[in-house]
Every structure is written in structure tokens, then in C-alpha cells.
Write a protein that binds this ligand. Structure first.
Ligand code: CMC
Length: 430
């Protein structure tokens, strides 16, 4: 490998490729001309060694356990910032000054209501529908209601669509929850901050006053910050791929929500809490650790392991602190599931299997306990993740659409099926 070139030998011919350096993190070999020059593709299922794009938004150092949004450590944003400020940062690249922040908060707040006709859309779902199923459908349906923000070539429409989604996602998520439990929808209250308004829409009922607890609202806001972006994960890559065809922004975000739902991704918070409940008591932990290590058992410790983090997920550390704050505020002195979680973490972190494979708790390990204490049922956990991740998806989608070199995403394949063969008439088939 030369200084800024990588050499690749194939069939006795050598090909040179430029090495591109990032601001921090591993460099990449630009193999975009490989097929043209050699007639070969690269093969990297699961994208373990492939950078799919160039981005200035989020940086993760998985070995160090570092997460930066636009260069700012997640710990500092979670401690000193708030979610809407984080949204501004992700979208525009800098922290807002006071005037910019007030203006942004106003613009988001102005869009919190949804088209009244959309509320009827919810009643088409079965009451027992998973709220993520409702989210996929209703967020996709936004493109049927907001025609003036679907032209992706118009920067103004792109920005309006972005603000609309950040503003309306809590309203839609709360409506999915209310519909599911059979309570009337609660309209947004624009005098409340983002997280307080969301808690109000979820937990207020028309027949009595509901006062938002500021400690719990702050915890909710911090949970939103922690989930706001995570570079090119499965759902973000889904949004980028959907958007690369020129699809409208609402449809792209609906695609991201669908991808996030899977238990290996955002669905892990629900799966982790279900697992902790199933384990139930500290004395049953060894049985589950043994199952997680057994190659013939598909069981995995949910909330453990990460494709990128080979060290403690920095979000998990903040989440664990938030869990203690929320339980303390609610006067929950003993939560058996927290006891199981902490003991499970302790045992797993000293077990050779987990140590050797560098499997640490991820954000989903403690988020379920916190969200449950806040009053959310397990099937809402991934919805909250989707709500918070919406800004990351939008920022990444905007970055892609605004990149002049952007082309439709079109991975290639290693074909291992039949070579060409002739059609057999039905009476000659075995
Ligand atoms: N429990 C037991 N073994 C595990 C676990 C686990 N949670 N995670 C990975 N392993 C083992 C796995 O069996 C494999 O072993 P071997 O090399 O002997 O075959 C090795 O560790 C590497 O695992 P992998 O599946 O090749 O790693 P991956 O990068 O493809 O998967 C992951 C990453 C997050 C999907 C996986 O760790 C996992 O399934 N974790 C549980 C689900 C979870 O908590 N997901 C949330 C991720 S964080 C939030 C988000 O991004 O959405």
C-alpha cells in the first residue's frame, strides 16, 4: 500500500485506488472504479468493512466507546443541552445561539398539530395493533396530507418537511398509544417544552388535570438526545437508500421506522425488558448466561453487543444514570428488574465469553427499565426510539439529497443461483 494509494492485484493485473482520509477514524479505500477497471465487485455482506457514504454528522469510535454529534460528545449534550437544541445541531451543523434557538423552537412548535383528517386514519387500525405498525402506516401517510412539502428538489419544502416530522412525531406517537389503550387523543400543548408536551399527550386525560413532573420530562428529553442519531446504522441506511431514488421524505422516514422495528435494532429495548421479566430473579441468571453462550440455542442477551461498540456503549452509561434518577424521583426503591439487570451486567462482564467477544451493554439494556418506570408499556419503547431518531434520519437524508454527487443506491451481488436454462412446459416438470 503506497502513501495515499491502495494496490489490488487480480489476474496478474494491479489496480490502484485512492485512499481517502476522514477527519478522524479509519481511512477508506475508494473502490468506486473497481468494477469498471477489473470487472469485479467487492463482497461485504452486512457492510462490516464498507463505508456507504461520506458524512459530517455523527462519529462513533467503537473501540473507545465515543459518540460525537457534529463533534460534540454525547455526554456533554446529554448533561447540558436539550433535545431541540440537539435537533438544530444535527440539522444545521452548529449549536444555535439564543435567537436561533428561540426561532427554531417556535418553528417546530408551530407544526405540532396534525391534519384533523389524519386522526380518522387511526381508527382504521385494530385496537391491538402494535404501535410501531401504526407508526409505519401513519408516518407514510403524511405524504398524502402535506403535498406542499414533498418536492425534494426545493430546499424550502425540504426544511418544512423536516420541521413537520420533528414536530408531529410526538403527536403521532402519543395518538398511536392513546388509540391502543382506548383513550381519547390529547391535542399538543404549545406552552410546554418538547418532552413535557409528549408526556402530556400520552398521560393526560380530559377528565382531570395532569401536571408534568419536570424531573421526568428532563429524563425523557435526555432519552431523546441519546437516541437522536447513530451514523450509518440499519434504519439510517434504509432511509438513505429509500431517499436515493428521490422518494418523498415522509415515505423515507416510514421506511426507517419499519427497519428500526426489528429486534436486532430498535426493537431490542422491548426485547431486553421482556427478557429481564422472563429471567425474573437473580438466581435464574446463570441459566440465561449459559443459553446465550450455547451455539445451539438462538437465545441472545438482548441489550448486549453492538456491531460498532467493542467497549461500553456511552449511551448505556448515561441511560443507567437516568434510570436511577427516574426511579429515585418516583420513589421506587426496589425494582426487581433493575436488580436482575445490574447482576446480569456484572456476571456477563466478568464471563470469558462476553469479555472475549467484547459484548457490553448497549443503550437498550437500561432504557426499557426507565421507560417502564415513566409509565410506558413495552410495545411503546421502539416508538419512542423512532420519535427521537427521526431527526437523525432527516439530517442524514438532507445531507444525502444536498450532496451534488448523490446517485441512486444500487448494491451489486454475488450470484450463486442457476446459470441460464430453458423454460420447461408444465407437463414435462417433475
Ligand atoms: N448474546 C450472546 N452472544 C452474542 C450477542 C448477545 N447479545 N451478541 C453477539 N453475540 C455473539 C455472536 O453469537 C457471535 O458469536 P460467534 O462469533 O461465536 O459466532 C459474536 O458475538 C458476534 O456477533 P454478531 O452477531 O456477528 O455481531 P453483529 O455485529 O452482527 O451483531 C448485534 C450486533 C447488536 C445485532 C448483536 O450483538 C445482537 O444481536 N445483540 C442483541 C440485540 C441488541 O441488543 N440490539 C441492539 C443494538 S443497539 C441499538 C440499536 O442500534 O438499535
Amino acid at each position: 500500500m503506497a502513501d495515499n494509494k491502495a494496490e489490488f492485484q487480480a489476474g496478474g493485473v494491479s489496480h490502484n485506488f485512492n485512499i481517502k482520509d476522514g477527519a478522524i477514524g479509519p481511512s477508506v479505500v475508494d473502490i468506486s472504479s473497481l468494477y469498471k477497471n477489473s470487472g469485479m465487485f467487492t463482497y461485504d455482506p452486512g457492510f462490516t468493512s464498507t463505508a456507504s457514504c461520506e458524512s459530517k454528522i455523527t462519529y462513533i469510535d467503537g473501540d473507545q466507546g465515543t459518540l460525537l454529534y457534529r463533534g460534540f460528545p454525547i455526554e456533554q449534550l446529554a448533561d447540558h443541552g436539550d433535545f431541540l437544541e440537539t435537533c438544530y445541531l444535527l440539522l444545521y451543523g452548529e449549536l444555535p445561539n439564543k435567537v436561533e434557538k428561540d426561532d427554531f423552537v417556535n418553528r417546530v412548535t408551530y407544526h405540532t398539530m396534525i391534519h384533523e383528517q389524519m386522526s380518522r386514519f387511526f381508527s382504521g387500525f385494530r385496537r391491538d395493533a402494535h404501535p410501531m405498525a401504526i407508526m409505519v402506516g401513519t408516518v407514510g401517510a403524511l405524504s398524502a396530507f402535506y403535498h406542499d412539502s414533498t418536492d425534494i428538489a426545493d430546499p424550502h419544502q425540504r426544511m418544512i418537511a423536516s420541521l413537520r416530522m420533528i414536530a408531529k412525531m410526538p403527536t403521532i406517537a402519543a395518538m398511536a398509544y392513546k388509540y391502543h389503550i382506548g383513550q381519547p387523543f390529547v391535542y399538543p400543548r404549545n406552552d410546554l417544552d418538547y418532552a413535557s408536551n409528549f408526556l402530556h399527550m400520552c398521560f393526560a386525560v380530559p377528565c382531570e388535570e395532569y401536571k408534568v413532573n419536570p424531573v421526568l420530562a428532563r429524563a425523557m428529553d435526555r432519552i431523546f438526545i441519546l437516541h437522536a442519531d447513530h451514523e450509518q446504522n440499519a434504519s439510517t441506511s434504509t432511509v438513505r437508500l429509500a431517499g436515493s431514488s428521490g422518494a418523498n421524505p415522509f415515505a423515507c422516514i416510514a421506511a426507517g421506522i419499519a427497519c428500526l422495528w426489528g429486534p436486532a435494532h430498535g426493537g431490542a429495548n422491548e426485547a431486553a425488558l421482556n427478557m429481564l421479566s422472563e429471567i425474573g430473579s437473580v438466581d435464574r441468571i446463570p441459566e440465561y448466561i449459559a443459553r446465550a453462550k450455547d451455539k445451539n440455542d438462538p437465545f441472545r442477551l438482548m441489550g448486549f453487543g453492538h456491531r460498532v461498540y467493542k467497549n461500553y456503549d456511552p449511551r448505556a452509561r448515561i441511560m443507567q444514570k437516568t434510570t436511577h434518577e427516574v426511579l429515585g424521583e418516583l420513589g421506587i426503591k426496589d425494582d426487581p428488574l433493575l436488580d436482575v439487570a445490574m447482576e446480569l451486567e456484572k456476571i456477563a462482564r466478568s464471563d470469558e465469553y462476553f469479555v472475549e467477544k467484547k459484548l457490553y451493554p448497549n443503550i437498550d439494556f437500561y432504557s426499557g427499565i426507565t421507560l417502564r418506570a415513566l409509565g410506558f408499556p413495552t410495545n411503546m419503547f421502539t416508538v419512542l426510539f423512532a420519535l427521537a431518531r427521526t431527526v437523525g434520519w432527516i439530517a442524514q437524508w438532507k445531507e444525502m439529497v444536498e450532496d451534488p454527487s448523490q446517485r441512486i443506491g444500487r448494491p451489486r451481488q454475488l450470484y450463486t443461483g442457476y446459470p441460464e436454462r430453458d423454460y420447461t412446459p408444465i407437463d414435462q416438470r417433475r
